[in-house]
Design a protein around this ligand. Structure first.
Ligand code: DX5
Ligand code: ZN
Length: 221
């Protein structure tokens, strides 16, 4: 199955949101990645429900909502109603992860779990069969435009092995510092969804960058 590209809205020019959404709609992007930050789980505040509703009304791709917030279980239904197709919570923010995953699935959204760079994939051993997606953070969450942490690549391999052994149906997503320079290595290791913020929105030609990221895996298949 082909890999998916999810441009991250956080890196877009907010003074030209309509144009940026037109670009995404015309592009080969598969999803729109939507980063929600609360100033508590991460040291930054981004955007929330009103912008998600606007994105849903203007974007023709599924919306991949990444919740970098504490107590995400309080807001899952509202994010779903506002337009989330995938809802990803952080392992580090969920003392009752199994319950929170079930809560996401009950809304009809796909359920994802994100791991910070320091969190080993082994913590997912008892829930891996229940999730649709695991997002491995390849930067410390909170900001776009950071440097990719290379230790993520062996982590992708370990997670990929766990998924195969458990015969689970789980997408591995990589988020942070992803671009044309590391996409191939990530795909070879087992990644299936590549989130790209700066690599897409700060490129001279975002459409071409998305096209090239999408094409990278083709010779691997
Ligand atoms: C980081 C966010 C990422 C970010 C990626 O906290 O979760 O989704 O937007 O941006 P780049 O691709 O610029 O690292
Ligand atoms: Zn993200």
């Amino acid at each position: 199955m082909p890999h998916l590209i999810a441009p991250s809205l956080l890196a877009s020019d907010f003074t030209k949101l309509g144009e940026q959404m037109d670009m995404i709609n015309q592009s080969e992007a598969d999803w729109l990645h939507f980063d929600v930050m609360d100033g508590r789980f991460v040291p930054n505040i981004s955007f929330g429900f009103p912008l998600l509703k606007a994105a849903k009304a203007t974007c023709n791709k599924p919306i991949d909502v990444h919740l970098m917030i504490e107590e995400p279980e309080k807001y899952i239904e509202t994010f779903r109603e506002a337009g989330a197709d995938v809802i990803t919570v952080h392992y580090e923010a969920c003392p009752h992860l199994h319950r929170t995953i079930a809560q996401i699935k009950e809304t009809g959204a796909k359920a994802g779990v994100a791991l910070n760079p320091h969190t080993p994939v082994s913590v997912l051993e008892n829930v891996i069969e229940t999730v649709d997606l695991v997002c491995l953070m390849s930067v410390n969450p909170g900001f776009g435009g950071q440097k990719f942490i290379y230790n993520t690549i062996p982590k992708v391999k370990r997670l990929s092995d766990m998924i195969i052994v458990k015969n689970a149906d789980v997408l591995i997503e990589i988020d942070g510092g992803v671009g044309l320079q590391n996409a191939e290595a990530l795909l070879k290791a087992g990644a299936r969804v590549l989130v790209a913020g700066s690599a897409v929105f700060k490129a001279d030609d975002p459409l071409d960058t998305i096209r090239r990221m999408k094409a990278i895996g083709q010779e691997l298949r």
